[in-house]
Design a protein around this ligand. Structure first.
Ligand SMILES: [Mg+2]
Length: 253
């Protein structure tokens, strides 16, 4: 076909498809159809939040700005409020017994406390996780509360739930973690589970399931569980309802 015939055809194809934001067809392995960054990253976020993506290491570099906008903008707060509101609606359907065994489990990082000030300095999940520098941040004990979670926490306590905290942080971080929780406004938790020596190396799902099983063995009824990772919520001895908070910055298997 002569070039002068091909050009108008190509242009008309681009015009016809640009309204759907499909601007370039590539042969990349993960995405045959290349779409604009916003649309691509929104779909990527859907796949990581639903766990369709499974294990992932870093956010795609083209999504750093998208994740930043999400985390710093109204959308993250709105999503958190939505999750908290569904959680509270469920909690209100539970008949609290007189034995003090009606429990709700919270994860800590990106569930009760926000490490956004740290991730703002570290590419919003686009950098390889550096445990040493993250632990230095944890030691400062100044992570703010996620407001929707603090409100849910307080409402659950008013309803009569025992709040249990279950974190992948280590026992060595118990004091700074307690200090940070108090600094952020959390009070009167029933238990705080951290990884002890015997939990070292266990996948998060196994470690957290074992701790939940401990609670069940002590007679607790785990009605609800809130976490930003699927590994907070899956496994065995799971809660009657699990509530996944958004976190497009990192994945913990
Ligand atoms: Mg977490």
């Amino acid at each position: 076909m002569a070039l002068h015939l091909l050009l108008p055809l190509s242009l008309s194809l681009i015009c016809a498809t640009s309204s759907q934001s499909i601007v370039q067809v590539t042969t990349s392995v993960d995405h045959k159809i290349r779409i604009d960054d916003n649309l691509y990253c929104d779909s990527w976020r859907f796949s990581v939040e639903t766990n369709d993506a499974g294990l992932w290491q870093k956010i795609p570099s083209r999504c750093q700005m998208f994740v930043q906008d999400y985390m710093e903008g109204a959308r993250y707060r709105s999503d958190l409020e939505s999750v908290a509101s569904f959680s509270l609606a469920f909690a209100k359907t539970i008949k609290i017994g007189p034995d003090g065994k009606d429990a709700w489990i919270f994860d800590i990082d990106e569930t009760l406390l926000s490490n956004l000030p740290y991730y703002q300095l570290h590419g919003f999940g686009s950098e390889t996780f550096d445990e040493a520098s993250f632990n230095q941040w944890v030691d400062l004990a100044v992570a703010p509360a996620l407001p929707a979670s603090l409100n849910l926490y307080n409402q659950l306590k008013l309803l009569g739930f025992k709040v249990v905290l279950l974190t992948g942080r280590s026992e060595a971080q118990r004091n700074v973690t307690g200090k940070n929780l108090l600094y952020a406004g959390y009070r009167d938790w029933e238990r705080l589970f951290l990884r002890g020596l015997s939990d070292k190396g266990k996948p998060a799902t196994v470690y957290k399931s074992e701790k939940r099983q401990e609670l069940v063995n002590k007679g607790y009824r785990i009605h609800g569980s809130s976490g930003d990772q699927w590994s907070d919520l899956m496994g065995f001895a799971i809660a009657e309802r699990s509530f996944k908070l958004p976190n497009p910055m990192y994945y913990i298997a």
